[in-house]
Design a protein around this ligand. Structure first.
Ligand code: PHE
Length: 437
């Protein structure tokens, strides 16, 4: 745990029992890779902004938001797993690093904006592998209308549908309105349906813009799939997937904005939709970028490959060799082990069980990974559980993790890696009460 109050962009945040943000994470808050003109994350942001050309593009200057903004005002229940110290980064009990761009919905509607896109870095504690990094980027997009403008929707929807008609896109949508994914009680169902139609057409057309060219090369149409979902701040809610290289790839979450959000923003006479899109996920597939850490490299061999406005295929340059070390240990007697749900990238999906306070005898993989990150930073490539067993007599649990290290810009020496491994070991013994085998 940190010892000095946090100072971020001139603001001081007093520490309390919630403070769990390490310096290595805070060092990312002003990197702004989503604003570097020819960075893949920024190229995609720009393509989405061009697509929604009548939307105002926003980009908040700090990732620090109140817990109220990130969770409470969006209707997250007090016991939602996303709130736990194992899943989110807190400065103190009142302020945190936003876990999603939806944290800015209320304030943006309050500014009177109806159509806006907002791009930003978001922060979540997670496991370590080639597609997870504690900082990533999301884009929030919304369209809302004054109730007296909703009559323009049928015409708009007809145009959008006609444009999509002409595209080689196959939309698989078996979703239905049901008690588990209902229209809102105070919405006229006709209006709710038109807003939902507009949401679907708008996003299908965005996805075709992003994937169409590459996905239809073989003459097959682009396949897009709509799935019912749940978010506390939208209903009905959906997730959208695209068929890409033989698998369904989850792209975004979306839905009709909960009226309570608009009420809190002081615009109760409006209604509309919102979506949240993960930019790394999208960039990795569209640019063929194999490792999420590459987005953070300063290596010119990465940066010179991309140019603004263009989706191009990344050509891997030779990488320095990896070096792995295993670490086997016993959990404290009677400890419960809690592993984050693999691939549950979304706030709403919920990761592991809440270990509120973080002080119980719970071994959470995210806590282990956090210490590894603090010691080794971007030098750690993957942390993989390779073995676990329970002692038949003592019922103590044992785990073995393989830590794979690689420097992006040079070779690592064995001594260096041993030193890192030793530091990780010392810290996990001290902080997690585990015992090396
Ligand atoms: N904020 C949600 C997430 O991160 C995505 C979302 C945005 C869903 C807007 C609905 C509306 O998982």
């Amino acid at each position: 745990a940190p010892r000095q109050p946090y100072v971020v962009n001139g603001q001081t945040y007093q520490l309390d029992e919630w403070s769990n943000t390490p310096p290595s994470i805070l060092s990312k808050v002003n990197r702004n890779i989503h604003r570097l003109p020819s960075h893949p994350i920024s190229i995609l942001r720009q393509i989405v902004e061009d697509h929604f050309s009548s939307h105002t593009a926003l980009s908040p200057s700090t990732p620090i938001v109140s817990v109220h903004q990130n969770f409470d005002e969006l209707g997250f229940p007090p016991d939602h797993p996303g709130r736990s110290l194992t899943d989110s980064y807190y400065l103190n009990k009142e302020y945190m690093l936003r876990t999603h761009t939806s944290a800015h919905e209320v304030e943006s509607y309050r500014r009177g904006l109806d159509k806006w896109l907002l791009s930003a870095d978001v922060y979540r504690r997670d496991e370590i592998d080639s597609s997870h990094y504690p900082v990533f980027h999301q884009m929030e997009g919304t369209s809302v209308w004054s109730l007296d403008q909703l009559h323009t929707l049928p015409e708009l929807n007809k145009e959008l549908a006609a444009q999509l008609e002409k595209c080689p896109i196959q939309i698989e949508d078996n979703t239905k309105i049901s008690p588990s994914n209902p229209y809102q009680a105070h919405h006229d169902p006709i209006h709710a349906e038109q807003i939902t139609q507009n949401l679907k057409h708008s996003l299908n057309s965005l996805i075709f813009r992003l994937f169409g060219k590459q996905a239809t090369k073989d003459g097959e149409p682009l396949r897009v799939r709509w799935i019912e979902a749940y978010f506390p701040f939208t209903t009905p809610s959906y997730e959208v997937e695209v068929w890409w290289e033989g698998e369904w790839l989850e792209l975004l979450g979306c839905g009709v904005v909960m009226q309570k959000t608009l009420d809190q923003a002081g615009v109760p006479d409006k209604a509309g939709w919102a979506f949240g899109l993960g930019l790394e996920r999208l960039s990795m597939v569209l640019f063929s970028i194999p490792d999420i850490r590459l987005f953070w490299t300063q290596d010119p061999r990465f940066h010179t490959q991309f140019s603004a406005g263009k989706i191009s295929t990344f050509k891997p340059y030779s990488r320095y060799p990896p070096c792995y070390k295993d670490m086997s240990f016993w959990l404290p007697q009677g400890a419960i082990s809690d592993t984050a749900g693999k691939g549950s990238g979304s706030v709403a999906g919920g990761g592991g069980v809440s270990a509120a306070g973080g002080k119980g005898r719970v071994f959470h993989e995210n806590d282990y990974c956090e210490i590894v990150r603090e010691v080794a930073g971007d030098l750690v490539e993957t942390v993989t559980l390779i073995d676990e067993f329970t002692h038949p007599k003592t019922s103590r649990q044992s785990k073995c993790y393989r830590l794979n290290y690689r420097h992006m810009d040079r070779s690592l020496s064995n001594e260096e890696v041993n030193e890192l491994q030793q530091k990780v070991q010392d810290r996990v013994v001290e902080e997690m009460g585990i015992e090396m085998r």
